[in-house]
Design a binder for this molecule. Sequence first.
Ligand code: NAD
Length: 495
Amino acid sequence: METKYSLYYNGEFVQAKRRQEVINPANGEVIAEVAVAEKTDVEAALLAARTAFDKGPWREISLAQRKEFLLRISQGILDKAQELAHIETLNTGKPIKETTFMDIPSAAKTFVYFADNLERLLKDEIISISEDIESTLVRQPHGVAALIVPWNYPLLIASWKMAAALAAGNTVVVKPSSLTPLSVLELAKIIAEAGLPKGVVNVINGSGAQLGEMLCTDRRVDMISFTGSNDVGKQILGYTARHVKKLLMELGGKSAAIVLDDADLELAVNGSLCSVFLNQGQMCTAMSRILVQKGVFDAFVSDFVAKAKRIKLGNGLDYETQMGPLISENQRKRVLSFVEKARKEGAKVLCGGKIPGAPQLKKGFFFEPTVLAEVPSRADIFNEEVFGPVVCIDEFTSPEEAVALANATEFGLAQCIWSQDAEAAQGLAAKIHAGTVWINTYGMFYDELPYGGFKQSGFGKELGREGFLEYTRLQNVLADHTAETKPLVNYWYGF
Ligand code: NAD
C-alpha cells in the first residue's frame, strides 16, 4: 500500500508544502502521509474544474463516451477491490467484511448504474402547449460541483456523489474528510488511469474548517453536495446565503425502529443489532432508538442484550471482527460523555457503556456495544445524534404512541418497522416523518432508489432518478411556431 499521497487536480498528482499523518483507529499507528491543500491548491483545483467545464471536452463529448468513462471507473474500482477494502478498513477501522462486501462493490455498482441510465435520465422532454407552441425541457449540468464527504463511508459516499455529478456532465472538486482521505485519493488514481479529461475530477485534502468556507463561497462553484453533521451543514447554509448556489444536504439522524407485538422476533432482534452496531454505529441511519411493544418487550430486550454482549470487537482486518474501533479519540470521548450524561439523567445501562479493558484493544479507539433502557424521552441521548454503538430501548403500548415517539425528534432520516402485518406496517409508514422507511429490513440502499432526509436531516436526494436530477438544472426552451399570433406581445405593444 502506498504511504505518501498527493492531491489531485488538473489531471496531476500534486505534492503540497504541508503534509498530515493518517491514523489507523484500531491501534493509533500512522498508516500514511497525505498532502494538505493550501489556499493556492484550492484555487488551482477550482480553476481546473471551471476550465474543464467551460472550455474542456467533458460537456461536448457524446453521452456514450461519458458512459464509457464511468464504466471504466467502475471497472477500475473492481480491479483494485481487495486493495481498496484493505485501505478503507485500515483507515476507518470498520470490519473488512463490511468494506469487502458492501462499501467497495457498492461504490463500483453506483458508477455502473449512472452510466447505464444517464442517456435515459437526460432525455429532453417535449411538452406541447398548443398546436404551435412547444416547449423542450432540457437537463443541463450545473457546472462545477463541490462534493464534501464525511468519514463514515468515505469511498461509497464520494462515489454516490461523483457518479451522479459526472453522469450529469458536471466537473467536480471532491473534499474527503481529512480523517479518511485515502480511498478517495486511490479513486483519483483510478480516474487518472481511466483517462478522464484533465480538470473533470479534482481531489483536495485538508481540514474542513480551513478549506470549507473558501470552497463553498467561491464564485466558480455552482453546486455544493454535502454529507455530514448538522453543525457543518448549517455553516455551509450560512456561507451560501451570501452566494446563491444549488445545495444538496445529507445531514444527521436520530432514527427509531418500531417493533410491534406481531413481529418475527428473531428477525427483528438480528436486524436491529445490525441497524445499531454496523460500522460501530457510525451511521447516519443508525436506529439509535428502538421502540418495542409491551407484549414482546422483555423477550426482545433479553435476546438483544445477550447478542450485543457477544459482539466480537477487534482489528477490522481480522475476518472474525464484528465491530472495530470508533474513528478517533475525539469521537470516543463524545460517545462516552453522552452515555455518562444519560446515566445521570436516569438511564439504565443494560450492557457496555465503557471503554473495553482487553489488552489487545488498548491502543485503539474501541467502545463497548452499549444498550440503555428507561431513558427519559427528554434526555439528550434520546434526541441528539451520538454516532456510536449506543442504543436506547423503550417500551410502548399502542402503535400511535410509537409513531408519536418516533416522530418526536428534529431529525427525519430513516425509520424501521418490524411487523408481520404488511398492511398495518404500510399504514404506520405513512404516518412517519422520515425520508426512508424500511419494513422488516434495515439499511437496504439501491442505486435505483432515492435516499435523503426530512426536517433537520437535510434536503435533496442521493441515488435514483431524483438523486441524479439534483445534479442537473432544468431549462425550459419554449418555441412559438406561429408567424402572427403573439397574444401577450400584441397586447403589450398594441400592434
Ligand atoms: P462533519 O460535518 O464533521 O464533516 C463532513 C465533511 O465536511 C468533512 O469532509 C469535513 O472536513 C467537512 N467540513 C468540516 N467543516 C467544514 C466547513 N466549515 N465547511 C465545509 N466543509 C467542512 O461530519 P463527519 O464527522 O465527517 O461525519 C459524521 C456526520 O455525517 C454525522 O452527523 C452523520 O449523521 C452525517 N452523515 C450523514 C449522512 C446522510 O446521508 N444523511 C451520511 C453519512 C454521514
